[in-house]
Design a protein around this ligand. Structure first.
Ligand SMILES: Nc1ncnc2c1ncn2[C@@H]1O[C@H](COP(=O)(O)OP(=O)(O)OP(=O)(O)O)[C@@H](O)[C@H]1O
Length: 250
């Protein structure tokens, strides 16, 4: 994906949130977005699958290309876009349905499978890739809400993978989890990048260091720098980045 000159405002243009963002999201890489609270990370993330469309008074300008096609073009179908760009939220949000039906939801509504056997296969594969199969294989018909928080988040990842997106967006996917569940999700993210491009917002600089290939630093609505993660943390180009990483504000 490529963002070109993306600016977003809220309240009918009265409140500017991000300005002229130019950013490439590499294929099969993890891009971490960091920066102080309110700098526009989530706003930018939500542009990538047009989640901001549903926010009244929110205006998005510029272009976001997915495989060379502008996702803000008139002819873009939102349902199709959401099947190409999946999203995992801060708090695990399983549907009040069985574990099976949570993962089956996407393939069913997008018409991706033909018959029960194929659907069963997609569900097993998605749960395996999300590292959850061994824990739930014998209780697929049980309510998803009975799983632990970490298991629920892996279920939400399985639900996203089941529609075979190209890109997975993650908005602070571990912030509601304990350190052990966080470690499991971080390992999972490192495995998932073999097949998907991942963009994640994180408040944890150590997490960005551990899991991302590239890191983008946002400040007051501007993208200050984006570079290889090691470079951003060891030798940032900008003083603002250095100050944030050094804990001098944020
Ligand atoms: N629905 C909205 N209506 C009005 N202003 C909004 C809305 N959503 C976000 N904003 C404003 O846009 C700016 C960027 O917010 P955003 O949530 O994108 O930042 P963030 O970097 O993700 O913050 P955090 O790290 O706290 O989640 C902030 O000034 C915020 O108050």
């Amino acid at each position: 994906m490529t963002a070109r000159d993306v600016s977003v405002s809220y309240e009918g243009g009265a409140k500017s949130a991000i300005r002229n963002i130019n950013l490439d999201i590499g294929e099969k890489q993890v891009l971490a977005m960091i920066g102080p609270s309110g700098c526009g990370k989530s706003t930018f993330l939500r542009c990538l699958n047009r989640m901001n469309d549903t926010v009244p008074g929110c205006e998005v300008k510029g272009e976001i290309l997915l495989d060379g096609h502008n996702i803000y073009a008139k002819e873009q179908e939102i349902v199709e876009l959401r099947s190409q760009v999946g999203m995992v939220f801060q708090r695990p949000n399983p549907f009040p349905k069985s574990i099976y039906d949570n993962v089956a939801y996407g393939p069913r509504i997008h018409g991706l499978v033909d018959g029960k056997d194929e659907l069963d296969g997609v569900i097993e594969e998605s749960l395996r890739r999300a590292g959850l199969w061994a824990e739930v294989a014998d209780r697929l018909d049980q309510p998803a809400t009975g799983l632990s928080g970490g298991q629920q988040q892996r279920l939400c990842i399985a639900r996203t993978i089941a529609i075979a997106p190209e890109v997975i967006l993650m908005d602070e996917p571990c912030s509601a989890l304990d350190p052990i569940a966080t470690g499991i999700i971080e390992e999972l993210i490192s495995e998932l990048k073999e097949n998907f491009s991942i963009v994640m917002v994180t408040h944890s600089m150590s997490q960005a260091k551990r899991v991302s290939d590239r890191t983008a630093y946002f400040h007051l609505g501007d993208l200050v720098e984006v570079n290889e993660t090691a470079r951003v943390f060891e030798d940032p180009e900008h003083k603002l980045t250095r100050d944030y990483i050094g804990g001098r504000f944020g």
